[in-house]
Ligand binder design. Structure first.
Ligand code: SF4
Ligand code: SF4
Length: 442
């Protein structure tokens, strides 16, 4: 499955960790994305950012979290959350390769360690290939939320999401969709926006809403430096960093710093603009799109629901099948390893000074160009892993997607302000909640 998924979008309040520990008003919470089967996958999406961890982290042929480690992880994770609700996220690689018995064990252990009154949720990110009736029955019975990777209608999806022998996967994913529906399993669409599907915003969006009939869509842009398999984010040669708008800062030419399947920044802006307009005109209130929902919330003065558009991040760490803990699932590189749950307690690593520094640097390393940007409070420089270009005045650390993000917010911000004004005054509230039309003031 693709790794560009779900909870790079942690829905926790994104506040500095120090604040999270110190303030009475805040609970101590962090999110963990677990990769109990390592990077192992049953398909071979060209743009996957995780498959190469097999080599980088010297993973065995069949990586698998041991029963002992799984128990330690579940116990520590539940114990470390100051909350009545704990959410486990299972991803990889392709987590279903571990087999149903692994997840049956997960449920048994969660029941063992969750005290009365604690609600345990599970979400599973999958390419859907393995899902059959037995799986769907289990997922429904145990109330799993499935994040299904799908990139659009058949010809668009099959461009990069292929098997190891380069065969299409769309029909297999749609088989899984039918089963998920049959067993009433809740599922969301996880869409990686790449250099190809970005050209078809309406086709992709309408397919998800009208044919897949999902009510939650997560769009994640593919941005991969050519050397991503060996070079950790932010460990690059400053002299090779291209300027905003230069040919090297877009995909498709030999000098480009990104892979050919990375999204073009201006296409990303157009994709967001077109889908946002479609959403606000037709689906507001009935379909949730991760980036648009949080932009509405931020315009209302609420915190971002996504790490990428928050002032700080660092509250969504990753655990590999060995028990190694990393600062983020996009930073699973030796340079960002925090420790191992065999040697240290999970919260000691998740709430460490080092990890706090990681999260704070999202804001503290912003270039002046961002600090002067009218959209700073909606963007916050997006994800630090994508800060791989230079500002027009030569400062490094600008986000590769900047031009597209600016185009999008130039277009969307007045609409968002209008929408929030209408919501605050109560006018057209019923109409908005039905998603039937945009208010006249737009
Ligand atoms: S580095 Fe920060 S913003 Fe980027 S995905 Fe990780 S937690 Fe989110
Ligand atoms: S739109 Fe560009 S300049 Fe503005 S905050 Fe985002 S990355 Fe920085």
């Amino acid at each position: 499955m693709s790794k560009y998924l779900t909870r790079n979008t942690t829905e926790l309040d994104v506040v500095p960790l120090k604040t999270a520990k110190a303030d009475k008003g805040h609970v101590r919470r962090f999110h963990v994305m677990a990769k109990p089967g390592g990077a192992k996958c049953n398909i071979d999406c060209q743009y996957c950012f995780y498959l190469h961890k097999e080599g980088l982290l010297h993973q065995p042929k069949q990586p698998r979290m041991s029963d002992e480690l799984l128990e330690r992880y579940i116990e520590q994770y539940i114990a470390s959350q100051d909350s009545n609700e704990v959410t486990f996220s299972w991803q990889g690689g392709e987590p279903t390769l571990l087999g149903l018995d692994f997840f049956r064990k997960v449920i048994v252990l969660q029941k063992k360690y969750a005290a009365e009154g604690i609600t345990v949720n599970n979400d599973l990110q999958t390419n859907g290939i393995i899902l059959n009736e037995e799986w769907c029955e289990f997922l429904a019975q145990n109330n799993f939320l499935v994040g299904l990777s799908i990139d659009g209608p058949e010809n668009i999806h099959n461009k990069y999401r292929v098997t190891r022998s380069n065969k299409p996967t769309f029909h297999l994913v749609m088989k899984a969709v039918a089963l998920l529906r049959q067993y009433d399993v809740k599922f969301n669409a996880l869409v990686t926006v790449n250099r190809h599907n970005v050209k078809y915003p309406i086709e992709v969006y309408r397919f998800l809403v009208d044919e897949l009939k999902v009510s939650y869509i997560q769009f994640t842009p593919v941005v991969e430096p050519k050397n991503f398999e060996s070079a950790a984010p932010q460990f690059f040669n400053d002299s090779a960093v291209p300027f905003l708008g230069s040919p090297e800062a877009r995909p498709g030419n030999v000098m480009s710093i990104v892979t050919d399947w990375s999204v073009d920044p201006d296409d990303w802006g157009n994709f967001l603009k077109v889908t946002f307009e479609e959403w606000i005109n037709n689906d507001l209130g009935r379909v949730m799109v991760n980036l648009f929902e949080t932009a509405v919330a931020q315009t209302m003065g609420k915190p971002s629901q996504l790490c990428v558009t928050s002032e700080f991040c660092g509250k969504a760490i990753a655990v590999e099948h060995t028990g190694d803990i990393y600062s983020c699932d996009h930073f699973v590189y030796p340079e960002y390893k925090l420790g191992n749950i065999n040697d240290q307690n999970l919260p000691d690593m998740a709430l460490s000074v080092r990890q706090e520094g990681f999260g704070m640097s999202k804001r503290d390393s912003l270039p002046e160009y961002c600090k002067r940007c009218p959209h700073l409070n909606l963007c916050w420089g997006e994800c630090p892993k994508n800060r791989i270009i230079k500002t027009p005045d030569g400062e490094i650390g600008l986000n590769y997607l900047c031009s597209g993000i600016k185009t999008f917010f130039d277009f969307a911000q007045p609409i968002l302000v209008g929408l929030v004004t209408v919501m605050n005054t109560g006018a057209n509230k019923t109409q908005l909640s039905k998603g039937s039309a945009k208010p006249e003031s737009f």
